[in-house]
Design a protein around this ligand. Sequence first.
Ligand SMILES: [Fe+2]
Length: 380
Amino acid sequence: MEKITLLQVPKLTIGCGCLAQCKLYLSASAFKRAFLVAPPIARKHAEKILAGLPASYIEDSIEAEPSIASFKQILDHARHFEPDVIIGIGGGSALDVAKLVAALWNSAQQIEEVMGINLLRERKTALVCIPTTAGTGSEVSPNAILLDEADKIKKGIISPCLVPDAVFVDAELTLTVPPSVTAATGLDALTHCIETYTNRFAHPVVDIWALEGIRLIASALVEAVQQPASLDAREKMARGSLYGGLCLGPVNTAAVHALSYPLGGWFHIAHGHANAILLPHVMRFNSVEAPSRYADVAVAMGVQRESSDQATAESGVLKLWSLIKATKLEMELSALGIRENDLPRLATAGLGVTRLMKNNPRSMSQQEAEAIYRLAYKGA
Ligand SMILES: [Fe+2]
């Protein structure tokens, strides 16, 4: 077995209503100045945990796909406030921003210096994350993503310093998430699990989380979209998303995420939505190289084993299509403002995300990447 290092959140609380535990944790830790990164939609949750703290500041100007420029503004606000704890509460964007603020507000390092893997030297301020979607899994991952406006590409900052000190996963906070966001974020979490299990660097310790995440999300996604008040479905999605996040540190994602980045950077398609659009096409492309792994994915999604791994893998792709169809997500790039002559440069940019492309089980040429975008363009 290959060696693997797992970086874990020291305190992870999961369960309905556990936001109350967060309030207790904050007062027991005697924090005095809390800087919250919380979009307006999460404000009511933020206010619940702030009562009892001597001083707090809620930063709510969070872009859907945060840029370096907007991050720097938020960093300035934190520098003026001088917090002793940073709390991210919201979707992946809020959590990513909170993680980076905690590491950089009182650091000599600039954001531009820490883009990449293990370039961030330290984090001196306590960090608490509370996801309100299911989800990016950012609350337990060492990753954060920002949009670089200069080249319109989303770039990753990966460091053990970005793993929070405490995380509270409360599925009740996801009950008000609208269906389209539930669908996109849920399919992002499913992509984390699938890209980890089929990864060139997959590991048996992490496979367990990935397969259970696939099973939970495939069983609950449609119900969570169609019956938003179903706490049972929301809990399963929260757990599946958590497992997906746990996969992100030790193994991480591959071609779906790499190819989705320019869709977000250039065309502002939400991260989870872009992944959903590409996932079935990349699965079909990759399964030729790793049929038994994709057959396992299909079985975890609830598909019966067929006479061959390749046939089982194909049934998995069809099952995925049926789930996506039920969520009513738009799956044609042509309907999202993208023109056919954009596809070659999208392919070049996606292949340029080498830190993720290297994880893909099948190597991909420019022509093959263009062919995948072409399928996604037609949604077929
Ligand atoms: Fe993702």
